[in-house]
Design a protein. Structure first.
Length: 590
């Protein structure tokens, strides 16, 4: 009986396992694996992955998979196993952004959404799926470095710290006679200017620059018009664009989503019905039958998002934006607090360094005073010895003078004996007198020298006394300096109080809102002007090292557009100035 129950339990487990399958989800920088049920649809897996990532802006993303020589996307309302995916477990699906925003700064609410877009756009630029001019590549690389490493620190970010980083497209590197060190120097110079930007700020600046690139967010498909002319269809957040096959940068004509009422296809033929009822539908033929569904998916999804942006935000989006504002305000306040604490710590460290320097100076002065005291003692001993010698010499000279005077008296007594002896004696007496006078003068000189030496000895002893007194003063002053430094002058690493922050966001009136919008426009124009100046400066710096013969066709097309002053936005505005009817006629005549 037990064996029968065991077999029944094993069969139940096998049936349960048969209802599940494993899926490996790859993002740009990580892989995840999930167990899915066979009945799951695309939206069930999307909900699971987004919960794992903490992502709420799910409408931008989807699952991409490879089908022979093309790519396809998992349909959200269709079972995963009903798609033409490989049945070898784990089934590999790529989690990617399927739809791009018109303005990343305004539309991307969550930091995780912004980060995923940053990683994908960066990957597309490095793999040259999006054309990026060299000067913009350097600037974008500097923001990528800021996002990864934080603020530039010359003591930490030494030359060569970017040697292992992939920051520039290979096309850009091959186009110039520049070494890896020269590229790193250019990138680091821009990187140093981004000080103070957080990772989120740097990633957003990256996206704001990248979204102005001509190939950003566009999906290209080969098509033909009624005349059979080979063309490219570009689908993006703004609308449909028609390109020549050899020029993916500059569209020949464009149709914004607000001019399109309906898109449908039958077999390979697509029909676009304009919103203007006076304009007839125009058609194009898809070159590949298996991408028709993908074209239709992208058109419908982009059109839905286009209309969604122009409606009032849903309650969910309003809640997300409010939470994002609160979170960014909290992070900003936290950054300000950390900056303030950092400045206080640096000031305390400077004060500590100054006190240590002052203490060292006082110690040096004490050593010098001690040395002076030793020298004074040695000088005093030497002067005392000299004074003793001079005193002995004075006594000796005084004794000699006494002997000379006695000799003179004896000579005087014997001089009277005879005239000649007297003269001789007078002569000797004169000499003796001269000798006595000289001896007396020398004795007096020695006495004065002895007195002077005694006075020098007294001054040396007085200097010794003053040096000892100064040494005592310096020692006491050093002790006082150390005791006067407060114990909390240098705050410990974790001695910072955490403030309670509260935020109150209120609605403002329309007047204030319009003033803020006008202020933002002015700031945007100033930033755009600064950005253009920065790009022009970078281009000027590296232009002389360019190898013209290595330019790609896209480089030539971009240079032509730059010389004509044509940008992505200006060209789109120019193409949409004409009526829809004229543009449809132009497309059919291409």
């Amino acid at each position: 009986m037990a064996s029968v129950l065991s077999k029944m339990g094993l069969n139940t487990l096998r049936k349960k396992q048969a209802k599940n399958f494993n899926v490996r989800i790859t993002t740009v920088d990580a892989d995840m694996e999930f167990s899915c049920e066979t009945k799951w649809k695309g939206k069930d897996l999307l909900d699971l992955v987004c919960r794992a990532l903490g992502l709420r802006e799910t409408w931008f993303f989807g699952f991409q998979y490879d089908v022979r020589d093309t790519i396809a996307w998992i349909k959200m309302d269709k079972k995963i196993l009903d798609h033409d995916v490989s049945m070898e477990e784990p089934i590999t699906l790529h989690f990617r952004a399927k739809f791009y925003p018109e303005n990343a700064e305004e539309e991307l609410v969550q930091d995780i959404t912004q980060h995923l877009f940053f990683l994908q756009v960066k990957s597309n630029i490095l793999e040259e799926e999006i054309y990026c001019p060299p000067e913009a590549s350097v600037l974008l690389a500097s923001y990528a470095v800021q996002a990864k490493y934080g603020d530039y620190d010359p003591n930490f970010h030494r030359p060569g710290f970017l040697a292992q980083e992939e920051l520039l497209p290979k096309r850009v590197i091959n186009l110039y006679q520049m070494t890896a060190e020269m590229w790193e120097e250019r990138i680091t110079a821009c990187y140093a200017e981004h000080r103070g930007r957080t990772r989120e700020d740097a990633e957003m600046e990256y996206l704001k620059i990248a979204q102005d690139l001509e190939m950003y967010g566009i999906h290209y498909f080969p098509i033909r018009n009624k005349k059979g002319t080979d063309l490219l269809l570009g689908v993006d957040a703004l609308g449909l664009h028609i390109y020549n096959p050899d020029n993916r940068l500059t569209p020949k004509c464009s149709f914004p989503w607000n001019e399109i009422r309906n898109i449908s296809y039958s077999d390979r033929e697509f029909a676009i019905k304009p919103l203007d009822k006076k304009t007839e539908s125009f058609k194009f033929i898809s070159s590949k039958l298996k991408v028709n569904k993908l074209i239709l998916q992208l058109c419908m999804g982009n059109h839905d998002l286009f209309m969604r942006r122009r409606r009032v935000d849903t309650l969910e989006v309003q809640q997300m934006k409010a939470q994002a504002r609160e979170e960014r305000a909290r992070k900003r306040a936290e950054r300000q607090r950390l900056e303030r604490e950092k400045r206080l710590r640096e000031a305390a460290e400077r004060a500590r360094d100054e006190l240590e320097t002052r203490l060292m100076q006082l110690q040096d002065e004490a050593h010098m005073a001690n040395d002076a005291l030793l020298r004074s003692e040695e000088t005093a001993d030497l002067l005392a010895e000299k004074a003793q010698i001079a005193e002995e010499e004075a006594k000796l000279l005084s004794l000699k003078a006494s002997e000379a005077e006695a000799e003179m008296q004896r000579i005087k007594m014997t001089a009277i004996r005879s005239e000649e002896e007297r003269r001789v004696m007078e002569q000797k007496m004169l000499e003796a007198e001269m000798m006595a006078i000289k001896m007396a003068e020398e004795s007096e000189s020695r006495v004065k020298e002895a007195d002077q030496l005694k006075q020098d000895l007294q001054e040396a002893r007085e200097s010794e006394r003053r040096a000892k007194h100064k040494l005592l003063e310096i020692t006491s002053q050093s002790a006082y300096s150390r005791s006067s430094v407060p114990s909390d002058a240098v705050p410990p690493d974790r001695n910072f109080s955490r403030e309670n922050l509260s935020f109150d966001f209120k609605d403002t009136d329309m007047k204030r809102l319009s003033m803020e919008i006008e202020k933002e426009k002015v700031e945007y124009m100033e930033k755009s002007k600064h950005l253009q100046e920065q790009l022009n400066q970078l281009k000027t710096e590296i232009e002389s090292l360019k190898l013209k013969e290595r330019e790609t066709p896209l480089d030539v097309l971009h240079n032509d557009n730059t010389e004509k002053g044509t940008s992505k936005q200006s060209n789109f505005k120019k193409l949409t100035l004409q009526s829809t009817k004229n543009r449809v006629a132009y497309f059919e005549e291409l």
